[in-house]
Design a protein around this ligand. Structure first.
Ligand code: GCW
Length: 672
């Protein structure tokens, strides 16, 4: 009996712990020290700011801190000024961001940079690919936190609590917008029932400074309005959208605007009516403009008969530069194909000069092992943001081309495709929370280094598990040496490891069909569009491997500015990490280290697998520093990742070997 009771007790407490550990994200309960907060103004946002200070203060006990809203021209939109014991901002939102920055520094032992802290991007947005029935496209953490199939329009207290926790987590890292539904948008989202639910969501997000946006289906006038056409130049269609927008703003007065996937992957769009992206985007922009709403128009376009899918977005959008309204932003995925483990940056960054462009990153790990792999995506985004486009000469990095530093864009924005679902830990994998965190931090400050972001996240997420301490954290002891340092290294190396065991040397899109998990370089059934099949991308034959995008090939390199264009074009100067992205090379091509291309490929796959095994060793030693639930859950994920890494290596090497007809080097673990 005793055993039964105690095991029930164990189950109960571990369930409770599980919920707490997962739900709290990087905002874990702390024993707060006393603090006096002086704030003359009042608003729901300031109430939260005050409360956060009282709940989490780890600075000098009994200190006084003043929150002051005062116009200061050096402080931009959501920015703030943080000095000693004063947080000053132009808005209450700015104050809240300042509070989170101060508390973060207290907890992580970081030094507030002091003075003005302005966000790099004005709009820092999470895109949810959540469908009205609660499912999530490319979601690996359970169903939607916003929508559901059963009893879809009742709002429960749990819903509200969750939306509030979600808003708080976003605010704490500076995210100020959420697109509540999938870009493959159901027209239903614009019907009153859904708009009213969105209104409640907006009301919970608002005090935390998070605006809501919706993805819209371009053919909504047809499916909802009973129209025969959705032609953007048809006056009746324009009027329909104007009315719809008016209705939305009457329900949600601070509605952010629309995200649109149009004339892309079968979605309806202006091209169905012989119109351009600009015609479509501008029509919606005109409807939203009187209310200050934005149109985020996606540039993710490709078609069956293009000789090189990587070129199409640039080809379609470049001629439209200068033709878009001011409240349109073109949303561009980081790479020219599709969120692969590694791509060069999209040539659309640093291309258009008269059009606002925003990066779209994918936080959900569609091509990076779903919620199974431990992959810290920050290094990938940092690589993209720091890539030099040479738009205005050296130093025209993607970050500066999109955050308004190079061209004074009317609006600056950045989006991340969310990895959030109903899972107890929000993201399906404890380490995937770090990607949500990193996206927010980079959106706030696009010059941050991944090492710092990982450092902060580990401290906020794991410190104190073994001992509930209050006051200044002590990051000098064992915890740092035996946990922080190795785990941070694991995170920093994790993306390169995934590239190595999946798609080294610039290979891409060779994953298994549809699910996009695991290898599938052979997949090419008859009748399927070639640009959906891996052989289109790897081009392996007995002659060699790789996609020729040089001048002699598809000439995609000419979409990049000089000197980059020539650097990519010339096999001797093309970075090896992009070698097979830009070049088709014989199997015995000599690599920089003297190995043949084939041997090098083999070693890289093998390195990737061994890296994952190193991660397992690191995590196996983390037991003393992490609660048992999180410890075991991550351990299990890494085991699964190792199995999948071996599968990738074996499958790809055996498949490519039929073309290379060369032996696998003797010191590499034999494929089974
Ligand atoms: O990466 C691909 C995904 C689709 C997605 C599309 C897009 C929402 O496989 O599921 O659709 O990109 O970004 O529009």
């Amino acid at each position: 009996m005793k055993v039964i009771i105690s095991s029930f007790f164990f189950l109960f407490t571990s369930l409770l712990l599980h919920a707490q550990n997962g739900h709290q994200l990087w905002l874990r309960d702390k024993k707060a020290l006393p603090v006096h907060v002086i704030c003359k103004q009042n608003s729901p946002t300031l109430t939260i700011a005050r409360q956060e200070l009282h709940d989490s203060w780890q600075g000098a006990p009994g200190a006084t801190i003043s929150l002051i809203i005062k116009k200061d021209r050096a402080v931009k939109v959501d920015g703030f000024k943080l000095n000693e014991n004063v947080i000053q901002a132009n808005t209450d939102k700015g104050i809240l961001y300042g509070v989170y920055e101060l508390l973060r520094n207290q907890q992580t032992g970081g030094k507030p940079k002091g003075g003005v802290d302005n966000p790099s991007y004005q709009f820092r947005i999470l895109d949810h690919w959540d469908n009205p029935d609660g499912s999530i496209e490319r979601g690996y953490a359970g169903n939607s936190i916003f929508w559901r199939k059963q009893d879809p329009f009742t709002v429960t207290d749990e819903d509200k609590k969750l939306w509030q926790e979600y808003a708080r987590a976003n605010a704490s890292i500076g995210i100020n917008g959420s697109v509540l539904n999938n870009v493959n948008a159901s027209p239903m989202i614009l019907t009153p029932d859904y708009l009213n639910r969105a209104k409640v969501i907006a009301s919970l997000l608002r005090p935390y400074g998070v605006k809501i946006y919706l993805s819209v289906n371009f053919a909504s006038p047809v499916s909802l309005g009973g129209f025969k056409t959705a032609d953007p130049l048809d006056p009746a269609v324009m009027a329909w959208w104007k009315n719809k927008v008016k209705e939305i703003y009457s329900i949600i007065p601070d509605f952010g605007g629309f995200l649109v996937k149009a004339s892309s992957e079968g979605q309806p769009g202006p091209q169905n009516y012989g119109r351009t992206h600009a015609d479509g985007a501008n029509m919606l922009a005109d409807a939203l403009n009187p209310f200050g709403g934005l149109v985020m128009w996606r540039a993710f376009v490709y078609s069956a008969n293009n000789e090189d899918r990587a070129k199409q977005a640039y080809d379609e959008f470049m001629p439209l530069d200068g033709k878009f309204r001011d409240n349109v932003i073109i949303q561009v995925k980081n790479g020219p194909i599709d969120f692969q483990a590694r791509e060069p940056f999209s040539p659309l960054f640093g291309a258009m000069k008269k059009t606002s462009v925003m990066p779209e990153f994918q936080v959900t790990q569609e091509y990076l092992g779903h919620a199974v792999y431990v992959v810290f995506l920050s290094t990938m985004w940092e690589e993209c943001l720091q890539s030099d486009t040479y738009q205005q000469g050296k130093g025209s990095i993607v970050a500066r081309c999109t955050d308004g530093s190079i061209f004074p864009q009317k609006n600056t924005a950045i989006a991340g495709v969310s990895n959030i679902g109903l899972d107890t830990n929000w993201c399906g994998n404890h380490f995937a929370q770090a990607n949500w965190y990193a996206f927010g931090r980079l959106a706030w400050n696009d010059t941050l280094k991944s090492g710092q972001i990982a450092d902060e996240w580990i401290k906020l997420t794991f410190y104190g598990d073994s001992s509930q301490k209050s006051g200044e954290a002590d990051y000098t002891g064992d915890w740092t040496k035996n946990f922080l340092v190795p785990v941070k290294q694991m995170m920093i190396d994790s993306r390169e490891a995934a590239v190595n065991f999946m798609t080294p040397l610039g290979l891409h899109h060779i994953m298994s069909a549809n699910g996009h998990y695991g290898p599938g370089p052979w997949w090419a059934p008859k009748g399927i569009r070639p640009d959906w099949t891996p052989p289109y991308y790897h081009q392996a034959s007995t002659n060699g491997i790789g996609f020729d995008r040089t001048k002699k090939g598809s000439d995609a390199i000419s979409q990049y500015h000089e000197p980059l264009s020539s650097e990519f074009n010339n096999v001797a100067t093309c970075p090896e990490k992009f070698l097979l992205w830009f070049h088709h090379l014989p199997w015995d091509y000599k690599m920089k280290d003297g190995r043949t291309l084939w041997d090098d490929l083999c070693y890289r796959y093998d390195t990737g697998v061994n890296q994952v095994r190193e991660f397992q060793k690191i995590w196996d030693k983390a037991g003393p520093f992490v609660d048992s639930t999180r410890f075991m859950e991550v351990q299990r994920k890494l085991r699964e990742q190792e199995i999948n890494a071996v599968l990738w290596k074996d499958a790809c090497l055996l498949y490519f070997q039929q073309f290379s007809r060369m032996p696998i080097p003797y010191d590499i673990e034999r494929p089974v």
